[in-house]
Design a protein around this ligand. Sequence first.
Ligand SMILES: [Zn+2]
Ligand SMILES: [Zn+2]
Length: 244
Amino acid sequence: MVYKDDSGPLHFIGTGSAFNTALGNNSAYIKRSSTLILFDCGGTVFHRLQQLTLLENIKSIYVIITHTHPDHIGSLGDLIFYTYYMLNSKTTVIYPDPSYIRSLLNYMGVTDDFYEIRNIGGDTSILTADITLKLQPVSQKHADTLECTGYIGSFDNCSLFYSGDSQEISEQILVRFKSGEIQYLYQDTCGKDFPQNPHMYIGKLAQCIVPELRQRVYCMHQDKSFDPQAARNLGFKVAQPESF
Ligand SMILES: [Zn+2]
Ligand SMILES: [Zn+2]
């Protein structure tokens, strides 16, 4: 399938890194009829969901969490409360360690009554009348202070990998991408290069992916140093936030 925009099978609420507020915190979504599935819910995301009117007529909301940095869960509590009070529904949060998310939300007064939480094991599916999304978690190398999880996802006969924040692409993902088993790679990519960089420098990404395969790679979580045109010149795609 050829996608007419630059973001492939996913849409984006924001494509920026934590400090690149002009692009909004990085968050992808899939919307099908009354189901909305989000990857992460950073500080700017709830506001943009309202601006994009993405919550209208939604009955089921799933939030797949990659890790707990503020640019990835900063407005999760707002979304949970909104879903509960305004949509008369409960957000389902998906994360490999439910008790960890539960205690974080508890400190904000977002207690168990307001949402559902699902553990994600080897293989998990989000199954509604509107969509079936199969998910497989893959541990990522990001920051020393917390765990980060990327996800292999498949829906609508396409398969993708969503890195979350990650300074590298693991060998198992690269092999599956090169073989075509994973069709699309959504990778945290930055324009700055420095030692112990928690994100993946575009030059390092270019070393991992041969030019013929770069049209299946979407750069996301872009920092202010990231040059979209330079990335396109290398053959990569650049994820675009929806406009409002
Ligand atoms: Zn992070
Ligand atoms: Zn981040």
